[in-house]
Design a protein around this ligand. Structure first.
Ligand SMILES: [Zn+2]
Ligand SMILES: [Zn+2]
Length: 137
């Protein structure tokens, strides 16, 4: 895949382009992602920061992650959409919410991480690689 992926928040204030093939796509079922998204998992697209072009005003919130290291989440200040993440444990790599793509069918997750926090009301894709916690641990 070499096409540029585009997306943005609900209201259109925050826009982005991913100019090269993402490093990975998957679903994070950890409790922090559940709370931050208000949903069953965060549909992450992992990218190198130099391939992510962002426009529009946004607001960052930084919290300690389950690793004990900071996780910064970036939201649209107008509509509240959660668009980007930056887990400092990944040393500069960024995450983009696959749900915010203009063409959400371009989000093709092949991993489920933090499956030990999977909710009973969530259903796992049988075709992905599963990790009890994060792939690094
Ligand atoms: Zn917005
Ligand atoms: Zn998570």
């Amino acid at each position: 895949m070499s096409k540029t992926l585009k997306g943005g928040c609900l209201c259109g204030e925050v826009r982005y382009e991913i100019t090269q093939e993402p490093i990975a796509m998957g679903k994070c079922h950890c409790r922090d992602c559940q709370k931050a998204t208000g949903s069953a998992y965060f549909p992450y697209i992992l990218v190198s920061p130099d391939t992510l072009k962002i426009s529009g005003a946004s607001i960052d919130y930084t919290m300690k992650g389950s690793s004990g290291k900071d996780v910064t989440r970036t939201f649209c200040p107008q509509c509240g959409s959660y668009v980007f993440g930056e887990p400092s444990i990944l040393e500069g790599l960024r995450t983009v919410s696959g749900a915010t793509l203009d063409n959400p069918e371009d989000y093709k997750p092949d991993a489920d991480i933090w499956v030990e926090h999977l909710q009973d009301w969530d259903i796992l894709d049988p075709n992905t690689t599963k990790f009890d916690r994060s792939p690094e641990s």
